[in-house]
Design a protein around this ligand. Structure first.
Ligand SMILES: Nc1nc2c(c(=O)[nH]1)N[C@H]1C(S)=C(S)[C@@H](COP(=O)(O)OP(=O)(O)OC[C@H]3O[C@@H](n4cnc5c(N)ncnc54)[C@H](O)[C@@H]3O)O[C@H]1N2
Ligand code: MOO
Length: 410
């Protein structure tokens, strides 16, 4: 009997991290506006205050708050209007007690003013004065200089996966070039005599190639660059040649199919032959994905991953190991999780962690119900129906109806 000597998920991750510790991606500087989905390689410190001046958040009159103490709709205070601030220009006047200055929303507060009364709470009294019918406190209707970001403070951390709001905050602070981790170059090789393309009719016994496309899409989703996509027959030499060639131009070479124990399952042997560290994991205690192969070649600095041919397993294992490793090496946070209530019992896979796809529906009490999407790992719709997955412990007895679990969203 040839049984795989399986690692737990944590053991396999530990070995991956240890062997690929040198794979921390290099750093490149790019225009901040092109940063979406890239990962910051350094903390970003503000070289200027944001905003750079005390800024009104309303159209109104800049005043000294003290002057409006005790004021109400029936007891106004009369202030002299000494001028008007223009948008985009420095406020020239100084506001002394008893004075006010018109300021538009976004305009700069004149020196001496510490608050703004909204225009609708004032009335023109004569050419040069207003009646104020509202009492304001210091800072009212004002964003203070540096309130958003103080000069010299770190406002984005290394490891941030850039979202639109991060692009916005960089713009606000005048940071035009940002250091980001270089994306890994990933080659995706699908193997199998049965594989056919997406176009045209297929013959009985053929299967349309899914993994080349889904794994390339997963690579791109994680910010990687797909170096090559190849679809090969179960031909040992052809597979070996392809892996050997693409190792020179890739950080990761993924081979889907041929990971198991069949007569034509060459992937593990080939990866072992081509890498100096060799295969350090063949078999992981996870369902789906048990036959996964992990190897490392220190000479070329290539991670070799043999993913199971079953498309659901291939995609989940990519996320659990390859995307996870990149996140670890680039100091990223793990994807957000939500809590949801399992709607039915799901038995455990016996000594294996289960990566269970789940569909989320909002329950009557506002808490998410998590409906297990049951189905074999050869059925791609299992993942299209799912909103995320939960990962059970290796020794778990399974999921119990009504139990709350953490769901990682896709
Ligand atoms: N005797 C055993 N057989 C199998 C075991 C086992 O432990 N003992 N494990 C099963 C599990 S679990 C998995 S997962 C698969 C892994 O198989 P391979 O990685 O060797 O992949 P193949 O045999 O080549 O293919 C499996 C299945 O997936 C389809 N496939 C493969 N590549 C693609 C692709 N690019 N796009 C779409 N579908 C693909 C292929 O046609 C097969 O149906 O082994 C089990 N067997
Ligand atoms: O790994 Mo297999 O994916 O359990 O189907």
């Amino acid at each position: 009997m040839r049984l795989l000597n399986v690692d737990t998920i944590d053991e396999a991750r530990g070995k991956l991290l240890e062997n690929a510790a040198g794979k921390i991606p290099g750093v490149e500087y790019i225009d901040f506006s092109k940063g979406r989905n890239r990962v910051l390689a350094e903390d970003i410190t503000a070289a200027e205050n944001v905003p750079g001046f005390n800024k009104s958040t309303v159209d109104g009159y800049a005043v000294r708050a003290k002057d409006t103490q005790g004021v109400s709709e029936s007891i106004p205070v009369f202030l002299d209007v000494v001028g008007e601030v223009s948008m985009g220009e420095a406020a020239a006047k100084i506001i002394f007690p008893g004075q006010a200055c018109y300021v538009p929303t976004g305009g700069m507060l004149p020196e001496g003013a510490d608050s703004v009364v909204m225009i609708e709470h004032t009335e023109k009294f004569d050419e040069n004065s207003i009646a104020v019918y509202d009492s304001v406190s210091v800072g009212r209707n004002v964003i203070s200089a540096g309130e958003d970001i103080g000069m010299g403070t770190v406002f984005l951390r290394k490891g941030t996966l850039m979202r639109p709001q991060d692009t916005g905050v960089l713009a606000s602070a005048g940071v035009s070039q940002i250091p980001v981790f270089k994306p890994w170059k990933v080659t995706v090789i699908s193997t199998g005599d049965e594989l056919a393309g997406a176009d045209g009719a297929i013959k009985p016994g053929q299967t349309r190639d899914i993994n080349t496309h889904s794994l390339s899409a997963a690579a791109e989703k994680n910010g990687f660059v797909v170096a090559e996509k190849l679809v090969l027959k179960d031909d040992r030499d052809a597979i070996k040649n392809a892996i050997s060639k693409t190792m020179d131009v890739s950080d990761v070479v993924i081979v889907s199919g041929g990971s198991s124990q069949g007569d034509k399952d060459y992937t593990a042997d080939i990866m072992d032959e081509l890498s100096d560290v060799g295969v350090f994991t063949h078999g992981i205690a996870v369902k789906p994905g048990k036959p996964t192969i992990l190897a490392y070649d220190g000479k070329s600095g290539t991670i070799l991953a043999g993913l199971p041919g079953h498309p659901v397993a291939a995609l989940l294992i990519f996320e659990l190991f390859i995307a996870w490793l990149y996140r670890q090496l680039t100091c990223q946070k793990e994807p957000k999780k939500t809590i949801a209530r399992i709607t039915e019992n799901v038995p455990s896979a016996g000594g294996k962690a289960t990566c269970m796809p789940l569909e989320l529906k909002e329950g009557s009490d506002g808490v998410y119900d998590a409906i297990p999407v049951l189905g074999k790992s050869g059925l791609m719709t299992v993942l299209t129906r799912a909103d995320g997955y939960t990962l059970t412990d290796t020794n778990s007895e399974g999921l119990k109806q009504g139990e709350f679990v953490e769901v990682t969203l896709f």
